[in-house]
Write a protein that binds this ligand. Structure first.
Ligand code: AMP
Ligand code: MG
Length: 382
């Protein structure tokens, strides 16, 4: 159970069922006068104002030829069947409390009906739904101060690569030859947190078999998922795969997407192992395409598929690939897509310049004017 106020991004573990109507009773959606339509068949009728009902109070039964001064959100008194907005009324005989109604009301006008938002007994939010700000508001509107949510997945994150240096450890001018800053750790940690994970950041593991085995072994003991970047390719310095095989099983390695081919999945004890390629764009894209739905499904989220829409390409992609490709693109003001000029898997700039990607099937070229499937990053980062 978590406080509804703190439940943004969490996944519901039970349906939220409303025990009341929302709104609880018929109420006014205007400042004005509640009337009986039968009394106002023509404009200019003068009614006696016999009660005043503000939001938070309640009135009494309306007698014929009377009106109730009423404010937005105040309950409609019984007998009244319409509200006339104050702009359509004139106060007359101030001392005797009369109002002239200058517009003929229709039955039900400016009345918000009891239960028109939520009917008592209805499911307002479903088990497996990921909560977002509006959902918290809806839960609160039916009186929920706390919500039952799924446990956060515990994820151990580490990067591999002897070339990696943490920003802050060395100034740019002091970087030794061959060294690069660890960028993957930053976006992976942030992506995991956005998906509601409890992240243990295990830092950088050196490119050594023993150190890799040890890091995986200890991570597997207390985490649901181990997420690594780098070291899953075919080079001699790629120690992740044999290390996973020695501790558990490697169930999947290499997938026909570009970027991201070296992606790996396996099990170590009860923990899932997810190995991302080291190239930053490959790491980023495989996270969005493969890890994100995995982590959501682990939390019981029912809708995990990436949503794409058909958008016009305003660029040429002449080289068809054997693999399904994810091209970094940006929507332009003409409603089309521009392509980032450098699609290399090392060019992280493309993921910041772009606001999404084209999901291009294997073997397809793209010509200007073609409809392509566009996936917005904003959908995947929420
Ligand atoms: P690997 O998959 O380990 O062979 O790495 C592929 C490429 O990605 C190499 O150029 C690495 O230097 C680079 N790389 C690996 N890990 C990271 C990281 N955490 N941050 C930035 N670049 C990385
Ligand atoms: Mg490496």
């Amino acid at each position: 159970m978590v406080a509804t106020l703190d439940a943004d991004g969490r996944v519901l573990a039970a349906d939220v069922v409303s025990e009341l109507h929302v709104p609880p009773q018929d109420n006014s959606s205007m400042d004005g006068y509640a009337v009986r339509c039968a009394d106002v068949q023509e404009s200019g009728v003068v009614l006696q104002v016999t009660q005043r009902i503000a939001a938070g109070s309640s009135g009494h039964r309306m007698q014929p030829l009377s009106a109730a001064r009423i404010f937005t959100g105040a309950p409609i008194p019984s007998g009244a069947d319409a509200v006339v907005m104050q702009e359509d009324c004139d106060v007359v005989n101030e001392c005797e409390g009369g109002v002239r109604v200058n517009a003929v009301p229709a039955v039900g006008q400016w009345i918000r009906r009891a239960g028109e938002d939520v009917a008592r007994g209805s499911v307002v939010l479903q088990c497996g739904q990921r909560l977002h700000p509006a959902a918290l508001g809806l839960a609160a509107s039916v009186g929920m101060a706390e919500l039952a949510v799924k446990r956060r997945p515990r994820v151990a994150l580490f990067s591999t690569g002897d070339e990696l240096v943490m920003p802050g450890q060395k100034a740019p001018q002091d970087m030794p030859p061959g060294a690069i800053y660890n960028s993957n750790r930053f976006f992976l940690a942030a992506l995991l947190r956005r998906l509601g994970c409890d992240v243990t950041d295990m830092g950088i593991v050196p490119d050594q078999r023993d150190a890799t085995v040890e890091a995986l072994r200890s991570a597997a003991q207390s985490h649901d998922v181990i997420l690594t970047s780098g070291g899953v390719s075919v080079g001699e310095e790629d120690h992740i795969k044999p290390a996973v095989q020695s501790l558990g099983s490697l169930d999947l390695w290499q997938i026909a997407i570009k970027p991201g081919k070296p992606f790996a999945h396996g099990r170590i004890g009860n923990a899932h192992f997810l190995g991302l390629p080291g190239n930053p764009v490959s790491s980023y894209i495989t996270f969005l395409v493969l890890v994100r739905p995995f982590l959501l499904q682990m939390q019981g989220v029912t809708e995990v598929a990436m949503k794409s829409i058909a958008v016009r390409a305003d660029f040429t992609w002449a080289r068809a690939d054997k693999r399904r490709e994810f091209l970094r693109v940006r929507r332009n003001a003409q409603g089309g897509l521009d392509l980032f000029p450098n699609q290399s898997s090392g060019v992280l700039t493309s993921t910041v310049w772009g606001d999404g990607m084209v999901d291009n099937p294997a073997g397809c070229t793209i010509a200007p004017g073609d409809r392509v499937q566009f996936v917005a990053f904003s959908e995947l980062l929420a």
